[in-house]
Design a protein around this ligand. Structure first.
Ligand SMILES: [Zn+2]
Ligand SMILES: [Zn+2]
Length: 288
């Protein structure tokens, strides 16, 4: 299984000289197994992936798994070249939202006031599938969804090729005292933690939110994101050996991100953890 990172930022894209080493595009990851591709999230990184797909391949079916409908995870869609091709079938998977359907939310970014091509005039054939806890098969890959702690309906995904498994939780906050679910109680938090640990157990890699440094997180409890120490702890508790951290704050410069990495590597060494810590960056390709 190959994993390619097309966008690793959170909230809003932040291209510029201070972010060019790790990249400024928002969440988008491509997972490839044999000739099958799936896409995780449709942030601004999706634009470059779409250009590559338009150049090289003629495949007609595209599967995109959206974790949630915050703009940084869907705003690449209007600029995704295959969407403007009449022969493409694009299936969008995403969460069930409380007040509006998944399709309704996505279609709203194609309103005439915000984008010149209206939703009904999109040339590709679009299909929408709402998920909570389920597994779908796309070629040799199976993708399992589960609700995670972040404002609004948000899914995490585990992608498996039958031999290797990778978990993807790009926007996620430790639940302790900061539940974004309707249920808010200690017993619910405990149940959530146990369920998450169970899901991650047996995964070979975890791609996880590290929007904040530990020093910054103190001021931003309840924003829906994690300090880097949290995915390290989660990987340790669940026995996941490879941690790829992701969804950097838009204002985090390359210099600051490297400082944060050095801090984390020291922490891992000091605690003698068997975790292979990998910083995500645009165009990083990993093979599991
Ligand atoms: Zn995000
Ligand atoms: Zn979000």
């Amino acid at each position: 299984m190959k994993i390619r990172f097309w966008g690793v930022r959170g909230s809003v894209s932040s291209a510029g000289p201070k972010t060019q080493q790790f990249g400024g595009s928002t969440s988008c990851i491509e997972v490839i197994e044999k000739n099958q591709r799936i896409i995780l999230d449709a942030g601004t990184g999706l634009r470059a992936l779409g250009l590559q797909m338009a150049k090289k391949e003629s495949e007609e079916a595209v599967s995109i798994f959206i974790t949630h409908c915050h703009l940084d995870h869907i705003i690449g869609l209007p600029f995704f070249r295959p969407l403007h091709h009449p022969k493409k079938n694009i299936c969008l998977y995403g969460p069930i939202n409380q007040k509006r359907s998944f399709q309704d939310i996505i279609s709203s970014i194609f309103s005439p006031e915000t984008f010149p091509v209206s939703f009904n005039d999109i040339p590709a054939k679009l299909t929408f599938k709402e998920m909570v806890r389920e597994t779908v098969k796309v070629g040799p890959l199976s993708i399992t969804s589960f609700p995670i702690n972040h404002p609004g309906s948000t899914l995490g995904y585990v992608v498996s090729n039958g031999k290797k498994k990778v978990a993807y939780l790009p926007d996620h906050e430790p639940i302790d005292g900061h539940s974004h679910f309707q249920e808010k109680s200690k017993s619910f938090d405990e149940q959530y933690r146990a369920e998450l640990k169970n899901i991650l157990k047996g995964c070979d890699a975890l791609i996880h939110d590290a929007f904040f440094t530990d020093a910054h997180y103190g001021k931003f409890h309840g924003w829906g994101h994690s300090p880097l120490s949290y995915p390290i702890q989660l990987a340790k508790d669940s026995g996941v050996r490879k941690l790829i951290y992701f969804h950097y704050a838009p204002e985090a410069t390359d210099k600051e991100l490297k400082k944060q990495r050095d801090w984390a590597l020291k922490k891992i060494k000091k605690q003698k953890l068997s975790i292979d810590l990998i910083m995500s960056r645009e165009e990083l390709v990993l093979t599991l």
